[in-house]
Design a protein around this ligand. Structure first.
Ligand code: ATP
Ligand code: MG
Length: 299
């Protein structure tokens, strides 16, 4: 059992794709840090929350072993760890505490450009280069296909050109890297995004309380990113035409403008408000339309 701890420890990718956004997200929750000399540890100053900077592949293991309490990691890494444990006959110990809505990518099977794709069955007997042998293995089993995974920890996309593999199973966001290597994605075996990973049980020694506080702020911060305040003015008479055109969101607030036959309408909206939406509202009688970013929120 881990030593008692009264500070929360969060594992974050040291560099790479998720490192900076993860630290920005935690900073937007009001966390500030003092950096250790070796820059591997960020000591939390504003809250008892410390950050350990590591390779993303190590994050699930650090949480499973109780060295860290939470981690920011791609679902792809978490799923692979989970299946690896299962294959070794050990029970699941982690779960996704939150989805963060960024770091989106897919684990795709990609084949040489020009080859026809007829379905999973055509992979039978082929060598498939991947860094995700467990996730690939599960998908192959589900599809009743026997193939030969070739496990590589980097540069998966050049394996076919080097003659190491026939096809690949790799992470894709735009597909540009694959295309540059003469490969085309043909099927998706996992949809991924950045998540907060944690144990599948409550934390101890008062750390759950700190985690709850962090998660509440995280939820606020994640919502905040997407939130806009839409404000407009309209004559009383056009209100019935304007209200149905408002984007879905919270209940609008309608205020009487002092001394005028006019109202001011405010509504909190999740996601962008398009120009055409604003034009529709204007045609229905609204004016002085404004879309504002939201800086802070506490329901
Ligand atoms: P580390 O040195 O920490 O092991 P890494 O090279 O394994 O880094 P990155 O390439 O930084 O990892 O990717 C981290 C995560 O970013 C991936 O596990 C995945 O969840 C996500 N991601 C988003 N888009 C992509 C993409 N196009 N290619 C690879 N990963 C992506
Ligand atoms: Mg890695």
């Amino acid at each position: 059992p881990a030593q008692p701890r009264d500070r929360l420890r969060v594992a974050v990718q040291k560099s790479g794709r998720l490192g900076d956004p993860a630290r920005e997200l935690l900073a937007s929750c009001g966390l500030t840090w003092r950096e250790s000399r070796d820059r591997l540890f960020l000591y939390g100053e504003s809250l008892p929350i410390d950050i350990l900077l590591v390779r993303d592949d190590d994050i699930p293991g650090l949480i499973a072993d109780g060295v860290c309490d939470l981690g920011v990691v791609g679902r792809n890494v978490l799923v692979e760890h989970h299946l690896e444990r299962g294959a070794a006959g050990r029970p699941a110990s982690l779960r996704e505490w939150r989805q963060l809505g960024w770091g989106a990518c897919r684990l795709d099977v990609a084949i040489p450009e020009g080859d026809e794709w007829t379905g999973p069955a055509q992979l039978a007997g082929l060598r498939i280069a991947t860094s995700y042998p467990q996730t690939l293995g599960r998908w192959l089993r589900e599809n009743g296909v026997e193939a030969h995974p070739v496990v590589l920890n980097g540069s998966v996309e050049i394996a076919p050109r080097l003659g190491q593999a026939d096809v690949v199973c790799d992470l894709v966001s735009t597909g540009g890297t694959l295309r540059a290597n003469g490969l085309v994605p043909v099927t998706t075996i996992l949809e991924s995004e950045a998540v907060i990973a944690g144990p599948d049980h409550h934390l101890e020694d008062g750390r759950q309380e700190i985690a709850d506080l962090l998660l509440r702020r995280l939820d606020g911060a994640v919502q905040l990113r997407e939130s806009r305040l839409l404000m407009l003015r309209a004559g009383r008479g056009s209100l019935d035409g304007v209200l149905p055109l408002l984007p879905a969101g919270h209940e609008p607030t309608v205020l009487q403008v002092d001394g005028l036959e006019e109202v001011s309408v405010q509504i909190l909206v999740h996601g962008p408000v398009s120009w055409s939406r604003l034009e529709d509202l204007k045609r229905a009688g609204a004016h002085n339309l404004m879309v504002l970013p939201v800086e802070g929120m506490l329901a």
